[in-house]
Design a protein around this ligand. Structure first.
Ligand code: PTJ
Length: 248
């Protein structure tokens, strides 16, 4: 790796390296690199740290995962390159299934992503040979596993375009989204949006699931009830506040 450890933006540059390597290995698509750049810009505005509204969303998401009867974590080319071990760890702790779901789908890429997750410790990865379709969705993301996303009551996704989020919500599922852009369609349509960088949010979410595990159903239901719109507004206020403080 060519990034010196003492570089002030080491972490950010390493993320880029992981995605560039993911691209070379046929895991991430080139469009995914552009999507990451948009995420980086929003992360600057947020302050490259988990903001209070994101922490509240993480708590609601953890409670929702614990209440779920069939939670599924959806994995794409960006998340597979950035954080396969974190995805596998969360799946284990939350008793969730892992499913590959791609916008730019090819069987070969789905297979490679499943192999990356297995290398990171996953026992089973769904979605390589999808047998079901999400209704009212024309993109390749409609192709899902019957005993995975198709039947899930809760779906966690990250770095995703808005169409599938909408279609999943229309199917009656609760969607937990991790997206740095509070204005994106995914952020606006999801049931719970964690506006945070995916590799920061996943370990916090995993810790929170572990922390809340002992709570009663009623306590979890209270934490899981969440006003996503109000929380997104709080996130926008956080950004506005930061910008006004940074004003020269
Ligand atoms: O691997 P595939 O074929 O499924 O393709 C995946 C991409 C990323 C190309 C596809 O989902 C896409 O085009 O996504 P969008 O529509 O560009 O949306 C990505 C969203 O994720 C944007 O709102 C970004 O701000 C946000 N984002 C980017 N990087 C991160 C992020 N959010 C959290 N953490 C990040 N690291």
């Amino acid at each position: 790796m060519s990034v010196p450890r003492d570089h002030p933006r080491y972490h950010s540059l390493m993320q880029r390296e992981k995605l560039a390597r993911g691209y070379e290995q046929g895991i991430t698509v080139i469009e995914g690199l552009i999507a990451h750049g948009r995420g980086e810009a929003f992360d600057y505005l947020i302050g490259e740290a988990t903001a209070e509204p994101a922490k509240r969303a993480i708590r609601a998401a953890a409670a929702t995962l614990l209440l779920a009867s069939m939670p599924v974590i959806s994995v794409n080319g960006n998340t597979a390159a950035l954080c396969p071990a974190q995805l596998v760890h969360l799946a284990r702790v939350a008793n969730a299934k892992l499913e590959v779901n791609l916008f730019y789908r090819s069987r070969e890429r789905a297979r490679r992503i499943a192999a990356v997750l297995k290398q990171a410790g996953a026992e089973e990865v769904l979605g390589v040979e999808p047998e079901a379709e999400i209704p009212n969705l024309s993109s390749e993301r409609r192709l899902v596993a019957k005993r995975g996303i198709y039947s899930a009551d809760v779906v966690l996704l990250a770095i995703e375009d808005g169409d599938r989020t909408e279609a999943l919500v229309e199917m009656g599922k609760r969607v937990i989204a991790i997206d740095l852009n509070p204005l994106s369609r995914t952020a606006q349509r999801a049931s719970i949006t964690i506006v945070d960088e995916v590799t920061r949010a996943l370990p916090l979410l995993t810790q929170e699931v572990e922390k809340l595990r002992g709570l009663s159903k009623a306590q979890l239901e209270e934490l899981a009830s969440f006003d996503n719109r109000a929380n997104l507004k709080a996130m926008l206020r956080h950004i506005t506040q930061r910008l006004s403080e940074l004003e020269p």
